[in-house]
Ligand binder design. Structure first.
Ligand SMILES: Nc1ncnc2c1ncn2[C@@H]1O[C@H](COP(=O)(O)OP(=O)(O)OP(=O)(O)O)[C@@H](O)[C@H]1O
Ligand SMILES: Nc1ncnc2c1ncn2[C@@H]1O[C@H](COP(=O)(O)OP(=O)(O)OP(=O)(O)O)[C@@H](O)[C@H]1O
Lengths: 217, 217
């Protein structure tokens, strides 16, 4: 089991810490706010009131012995950078930091932080993707420009067979399966008929899926 | 083309606004901070300095005519709730709000906000998933507890055939395909052999995939 350190208990840090602990991992957390530490201490292994930019504090808390450190404080860029640098200097195998913006992120990259997280920006992109392509419910990126998406079948496809849809010929995409109610049908034949409310699981190149999506909406 | 309103220009709101505009949509933004409005005005359709809890301000900005309103201010729960309620009262088809925590989210649900976003918490879960299951690279949720995941094939699977892997019998999961270099192989036979570096695209129930993942790591 790995040992994790979470530095800073904002919404992101708190959630990371609690979730890791809930999944059976050892989690050490540090925050300046006594009230936050008090609230979280039963939901993590050890919780310390302290400054994440203080090297002695990090050592006393055992952060230097952790396998993974997550620098979750991000409003104070200076503290985040100093704390990240200290974690790297301890030789922690994986240092992850939440960045406030791309400039902050670039600085962290220069410090060789192993992974940089942009929760607000990433979620924004995910929301915009969803808002600007109504039919696509979810997607899995398999490689550059190759995806599996789940697309809501619009009314005009209802009561058409897989053969009649001719998705491969018309759009160069492959239908892998149909999700109907909570059932998944993966062994499709040409005669399977699409019903209203069906969700089609389609595989193809990004451009091809875009054309399909446009045609369906 | 749809009309969008983004209320509050934190990291999440700013990104949503810019991205929507970049994709060719009309975006109206409102924020109290003059400097932020000044910085963003060339990257959106209209930018107004104003209070998102002020009904007259929202009407003057044309928010009531929008198809989608995103209440992106979330540190001040009261402002977020009032603004969300005003947007719902305008009859805006889709009102999306960023919530600070689940209690805030429950209140928004009672106001019948159409979608509630938790960027920090969702990204935290995504990070923890990645940290606690090295093999799973990406996943698509198809329904309650049913997923497609891409899993890195560890050394011990190299040079075994699909038949020898017997994933269906051993774990009740189905291998849909193999991603090798940037190639995707979807028409697998029992004799296909897994190579080192292959990424397996596997379908199955969450619990079954967990067992497979444990066995592989
Ligand atoms: N130098 C420091 N040492 C320890 N804790 C700190 C330090 N600076 C800030 N914190 C703590 O970090 C926490 C919040 O971090 P931050 O300001 O990034 O919050 P946030 O931006 O609201 O985060 P999130 O978006 O994840 O909710 C607070 O609990 C605060 O007490
Ligand atoms: N009543 C209001 N009317 C208009 N703008 C507001 C109002 N209250 C706050 N804002 C603006 O909302 C913006 C920030 O929102 P918020 O406090 O949610 O930021 P944040 O939590 O840092 O967001 P993010 O996590 O997305 O970065 C600020 O630009 C602020 O000026």
């Amino acid at each position: 089991k790995k040992q994790f350190a979470v530095l800073g208990l904002g919404r992101f840090g708190s959630k990371v810490a609690r979730e890791l602990f809930y999944r059976g991992h050892e989690v050490i957390v540090i925050d300046l706010n006594e009230l936050k530490i008090d609230t979280v201490k039963d939901e993590v292994t050890h919780a310390f009131v302290g400054d994440i930019t203080n090297e002695a504090t990090l050592k006393e808390a055992g952060v230097n012995d952790c396998d993974v450190a997550i620098v979750a404080e991000s409003s104070n860029i200076e503290s985040n950078i100093i704390s990240s640098q200290l974690c790297k200097s301890f030789g922690i195998k994986k240092v992850i930091a939440k960045a406030q913006n791309t400039i902050h992120g670039k600085i962290l990259t220069k410090l060789q932080v192993d992974q940089i997280v942009y929760p607000e920006q990433d979620t924004a992109i995910k929301l915009v993707n969803k808002l600007t392509s109504d039919s696509i419910l979810d997607y899995l990126e398999l490689g550059h420009h190759i995806n599996i998406v789940s697309i809501e079948a619009p009314e005009k496809l209802a009561n058409k067979t897989i053969k009649e849809l001719a998705l491969r010929r018309r759009f160069h995409v492959t239908i892998l399966g149909i999700k109907r109610a909570e059932e998944l049908i993966f062994n499709l034949t040409d005669d399977n008929m699409v019903q209203e409310g069906d969700i089609l699981i389609v595989f193809g190149e990004t451009e091809a899926l875009k054309k399909l999506n446009l045609d369906l909406s």
